[in-house]
Design a protein around this ligand. Structure first.
Ligand SMILES: [Zn+2]
Length: 250
């Protein structure tokens, strides 16, 4: 299970992200108490918590990288204190994987793993998620830290950096429009690789099925199979429950 937080109040610096009474911290503690064997992963970013919807602390209209990393570290530590098994930094700031790894190790959380959003593209497929967590940027966009869809080589460099910084799993996001990137990353590094089938990918299948244009279960299975075939060892998907049901395990 991968948790994202939607705090009751947001501020400029996203301080709710590392509040021990925050929604993710409380949910992790409750889930681990009720279901100790459930693997709980937490999203680590500030965009769900900032009033302006950007992924970090702003200096004028720019994201201040190092200040943001400091807050991401506090967020990852607070999730670990609450009991998270794995943290997933989705922000794409420079140097955050190493900073989080160092801080977790120093506090005795050597066993908390890091799943790094290593190649996160500036994509048009994130719309439904941003609406759900009310995190669409109030101005500008995420081009300063998310990747250009036309650039595949940069993904390999970003993945290499995150592995060197101590990531346990690298993630490609979105999935279906970037299957070539997924394939290249898995072939090049042979590293545990995840792909995130994002809200827009999911919604397109749901909406088309609702209109009677496609068979939902068949399209779901085909899309997940394609992501797996392209090299994903694990898939983050809103279809998780439907998929389990289709396999007769849900
Ligand atoms: Zn973000």
């Amino acid at each position: 299970m991968l948790l994202f937080g939607l705090p009751p109040t947001k501020d400029d610096d996203g301080t709710a992200a590392y509040d021990m009474r925050g929604p993710v911290q409380q949910a992790v503690a409750a889930l681990k108490a009720a279901l100790p064997d459930l693997l709980v992963i937490t999203d680590v970013c500030l965009c769900e918590y900032t009033s302006h919807g950007h992924c970090g602390v702003l200096d004028q209209a720019e994201i201040a990288n190092d200040l943001t990393v400091e807050r991401l570290v506090r967020t990852a530590v607070s999730h670990s204190v609450a009991g998270a098994d794995m943290v997933a930094p989705s922000d794409m700031m420079d140097g955050r994987v190493a900073a989080i790894r160092t801080a977790l190790d120093a506090r005795g959380f050597e066993r908390v793993a890091i799943m790094a959003y290593a190649a996160k593209y500036c994509s048009g497929f994130y719309g439904p998620f941003r609406e759900a967590v009310d995190s669409a940027p109030m101005f500008g966009d995420r081009r300063s830290h998310q990747m250009d869809p036309a650039n595949a080589d940069e993904a390999l460099r970003e993945v290499e950096l995150d592995i060197a910084e101590g990531a346990d799993i690298v993630m490609i996001k979105p999935a279906m429009p970037y299957l070539d990137v997924l394939w290249r990353v898995k072939s090049r590094f042979g590293y545990p690789t995840a792909a995130y089938q994002v809200s827009g990918e999911y919604s397109m299948i749901k909406a088309a099925a609702r209109n009677g244009w496609i068979d939902e279960e068949r399209a779901m299975l085909e899309s997940l199979t394609a992501i797996r075939r392209a090299g994903a060892d694990m898939i983050v998907t809103y279809f998780a429950r439907d998929f389990a049901r289709a396999l007769g395990k849900g």
